[in-house]
Design a protein around this ligand. Structure first.
Ligand code: ARG
Length: 467
């Protein structure tokens, strides 16, 4: 293979075919082309402002880079594997287009700080897309919650029926998770939007650069404080991958519930046809494949996070080629998370909830047992004793194959004479939900407050602008 023009000066021969294939990154880092060009244009303008190259040369570089951008966007660009990566492919084409001035673009810059800035711009853009997708999902969850303020279902602990909750409350629990995911990304964005340019290869440079103006030109407010750190830190990618992993974990939990709820033993939801598949052998089957795959794909996003954590853990300062391994995992996580958030919004929008089955399930699980215990406390029993008496009532009801609310008053009174006629109002499942009005509880007023809080978060200008 030919030697690489950008560094081949001291090399008598180029890398072998298999070495070139092994070290290649242009096949995937071309995804960064628009960000790389934006950063290079900002660098060129700064070189012009600082008088390091002439104003005309700077303008030439900027317009030449614009042409390269158009060629890549239209598909006319010819990618050359022997040029290794996106950066050198772009620079080589720039020089073909505008002539020798193209060779001045790299003044005062190294690929080490260049790739840092390009990737930071890329990661920041992708995180704002994730935020938009997460908000889209929150909006759907809010809408579905509004429809189901009156629907009750068994709230579980240990996956065992515990106390009734409203479906609105259950759905909003997920909306809060995705809200926090957005906030976490916002926080990570602050540390991503920092420009490493000016660090050059590792030690800074002798040219009179103005790195802050480059940062501002690309929309960042800050520059890195240490050149060695600037070119060798990838914690901004790790933070983004952690944000992605956490959002996938939240999605995966919701998937697990959908899968359980779609099982006829629960029967709480009907899967929309568009999000399910059939079996080639069992005609009755309707499988929740989208939810299953999303749960499964969570593993590969964690894999990207763990992969890069491991890549970074042994690296001495400063740049090491190992770090090129930061991109494929991120690109994969990005595709996975964006599609998953979007599909989940569609699936939650189309899912039909079976309020009848949910209500029946409350009955089967003695979900009003806590109500009876609290009622007895109201009659003067200490809670532990009330708990014990209620346990006896549950055992009796179980023997009779009834819910507590269907027990004869005399049977209940035989267990504890302090139980009066007023007990039946207390044993109503919906009433159990109505009474839980502590902040963040499942009571309707608390649920309305949650909706208002989430809606006002969604209406914030930064939430709309994707930032
Ligand atoms: N493709 C490389 C990467 O992603 C660009 C930086 C290369 N720098 C170097 N000194 N070889 O890390």
């Amino acid at each position: 293979m030919k030697t690489n023009q950008s560094w081949g000066g001291r090399f008598a021969e180029g890398p072998s075919e298999s070495v070139a294939r092994y070290t290649d990154s242009q096949s995937y880092d071309r995804a960064l082309y628009a960000h790389d060009i934006k950063a290079s244009q900002a660098h060129a303008r700064m070189l012009g402002r600082q008088g390091i190259i002439s104003h005309e040369e700077a303008m030439h570089l900027v317009s030449g880079l614009e042409q390269v951008r158009e060629e890549i966007a239209s598909g006319a660009f010819v990618w050359k594997p022997e040029l290794e990566d996106v950066h050198m492919n772009i620079e080589a084409r720039l020089t073909e287009i505008i002539g020798p001035t193209g060779k001045k673009l790299h003044t005062g810059r190294s690929r080490n700080d260049q790739v840092g800035l390009s990737f930071r711009l890329f990661v920041a853009d992708r995180m704002t897309v994730w935020q938009d997708r997460a908000r889209e999902l929150c909006r759907v969850l809010l809408r579905r919650a509004e429809e189901h303020a009156q629907t009750i279902l068994p709230g579980c602990t240990h996956l065992q029926p515990a106390q009734p909750v409203s479906l609105a409350h259950h759905l909003l629990a997920y909306a809060w998770m995705f809200c926090r995911d957005c906030q976490r990304m916002e926080d990570a964005l602050e540390r991503t939007r920092i420009s490493p340019l000016g660090a050059a290869a590792l030690a800074g440079t002798t040219y009179a650069l103005d790195p802050l103006s480059v940062a501002q030109d690309v929309g960042f407010e800050h520059i890195c404080g240490n050149s060695l750190d600037a070119v060798s830190d990838r914690d901004f990618v790790l933070e983004a991958l952690f944000c992605a992993s956490t959002a996938m974990m939240h999605l995966s939990r919701l998937c697990e519930e959908i899968i359980l709820w779609a099982n006829p033993a629960f029967g709480f939801v009907r899967l929309p046809d568009a999000y399910a598949t059939g079996s080639s052998i069992m005609p009755q089957k309707k499988n929740p494949d989208v939810a299953e795959l999303m749960r499964g794909k969570t593993g590969r996003v964690y894999g990207s996070l763990m992969g890069l954590m491991t890549v970074m853990k042994g690296l001495p300062l400063a740049y090491n080629r190992d770090m090129q391994e930061d991109k494929e995992g991120f690109l994969d996580a990005d595709r996975t998370l964006e599609a998953s958030l979007h599909l989940m919004a569609g699936m939650m929008d189309a899912l039909s909830f079976r309020a009848d089955r949910m209500r029946e399930a409350c009955k089967a699980g003695f979900l009003n047992a806590t109500e009876l215990a609290d009622y007895l406390v109201g009659k003067g029993l200490p809670f532990r004793e009330a708990h014990h008496v209620t346990g006896q009532a549950v055992a009796a009801a179980e023997r009779e194959g009834k819910g507590l609310e269907d027990m004869e008053l005399s049977c209940l009174q035989a267990i504890d004479p302090r139980i009066g006629e007023d007990v039946h109002a207390v044993l109503d499942y919906a009433a159990a939900v109505l009474r839980r009005e502590t902040p963040g509880g499942t009571g309707p007023r608390s649920v309305r407050t949650q909706m208002e809080q989430l809606r006002s978060w969604l209406d914030q200008p930064s939430a709309r602008a994707g930032g």
